[in-house]
Design a protein around this ligand. Sequence first.
Ligand code: FES
Ligand code: FES
Length: 152
Amino acid sequence: MAKLKVNQKTVNIDVPTGTPILWTLREELKYTGPKFGCGRGLCGACTVLLNGQAIRSCVTPLVAAEGQSITTIEGASTVPKGAAVQEAWKQANVPQCGYCQPGQMMSAISLLQANANPSEKDIESAMSGNICRCGTYQRIKKAIQIAKNESK
Ligand code: FES
Ligand code: FES
């Protein structure tokens, strides 16, 4: 049994604490925004925030989130920079197939929470673990530049 906060709500989950956070979110709590890609921490499709920090939920066990706060794309608008990133993604028309985008956006939110004015290099480095098979990288960078100038 684990107790944690997901998208600001307290939840008690009766699954083994070694279960990856991604499975807990998708199968138990029905938050299907975080996606399964590689399952090995290599693609970023499963990225969520753990206390504001971007993590790969496919390789992070539930025990790491015990008593902590998780934010998925479904709750992104409730955290600092979340609404700005969502708005910027729309403005820059970022997604193509969309599969990688929840993870991309959570990494962008984590970056902007830690660094309000990231350079081109900072953006490239923070986003380098999020793969997009559709090649939307230029639009992602543009959206982060838009979002960093928003106060939300
Ligand atoms: S599914 Fe988690 S990093 Fe690829
Ligand atoms: S938008 Fe298709 S994988 Fe990124």
